[in-house]
Design a binder for this molecule. Structure first.
Ligand SMILES: [Zn+2]
Ligand SMILES: [Zn+2]
Length: 277
């Protein structure tokens, strides 16, 4: 199994000199698992990934969306494989959004926002909904058994966390999930013993609780909570992502340096980071 990071910034693309070490593009990663290729989220990181893919032979793959906020969908209209015959992909998203993924992307690719409509693209795109209901937050065995999906909490409609399995190995990608009291009981069994656990560590506890303004209820977690989950659930590696646009490379270097004193296998995700398990 392999994961490659193409966008690691939270909330808004951040093309500023002091963040270029980690990178300014919003969420997008590529995952290879069970002989399949996945892309998670279509933040602006997917644009560069698309440029890479278009230079390679056309192929099929699966796009998994965690949720439909701008920073996870905004790169889609500039994703070149979508415009290219020969490429084909399924797009998965939760069934609990007021507008479906197809509607949101079609809206973003319509006048007056964008000149090329979704239904004119040359690739084959199929939208699929992941069927959660109020009593069941977990859907297992998507994509020929390679992917499990867990619905978590993120303002206002929720977010999907994905787990990939290949043989004994597991990788979890969990962004945009806040650690409201009592809610870890869903996430903890999902990440237990994962070889790689990617987590939203947008804030420090200090910023979360005492920032100006505090960030409680904004839908994101903290580095301290990520470290607690990683230790408690015996994960192999903690990969931190969805970096706050305000956090410079120097700030993040210090934050992850301190984190490694608590959980040595901690890495701050940066554009280009590739990990294999
Ligand atoms: Zn986000
Ligand atoms: Zn979000």
């Amino acid at each position: 199994m392999k994961i490659v990071f193409w966008g690691v910034r939270g909330s808004v693309p951040t093309p500023r000199k002091d963040v270029l070490g980690y990178g300014g593009n919003t969420t997008c990663v590529q995952v290879f698992a069970g002989g399949q290729e996945f892309i998670i989220d279509a933040g602006t990181g997917i644009i560069e990934l698309g440029h890479r893919m278009i230079s390679e032979p056309p192929r099929g793959f699966t796009l998994l969306l965690t949720h439909l906020h701008h920073d996870h969908t905004q790169g889609f209209p500039f994703f070149r494989p979508a415009f290219s015959a020969g490429f084909g992909f399924d797009v998965y998203a939760g069934n609990f959004f007021r507008k479906s993924a197809r509607e949101v992307i079609a809206d973003s690719m319509s006048d007056p926002y964008f000149p090329v409509p979704l239904n004119s693209l040359a690739s084959r795109i199929t939208f699929k909904e992941i069927a959660f209901d109020n009593d069941h937050h977990l859907v297992e065995g998507l994509c020929d058994g390679a992917v499990d999906a867990l619905r978590l909490f993120h303002p206002r409609e929720g977010v999907v966390v994905y787990r990939f399995r290949e043989g004994e190995k597991t990788l979890v990608f969990a962004t945009d999930c806040e650690h409201y009291p009592g809610r870890d009981e869903l996430l903890e069994p999902f990440i237990r013993n994962a070889d790689i656990f990617v987590y939203d560590t947008m804030y420090t506890d200090e910023e979360y609780k005492k920032g100006n303004p505090p960030k409680i209820g904004w839908g994101h977690s903290t580095i301290e909570h990520g470290l607690k989950l990683a230790s408690r659930c015996s994960v192999g590696k903690l990969i931190c992502t969805h970096h706050d646009p305000a956090h410079s490379d120097a700030f993040l270097d210090e934050m992850f340096g301190k984190a490694r004193e608590v959980f040595p296998e901690t890495i701050g995700a940066y554009e280009g980071l590739a990990l294999e398990v």
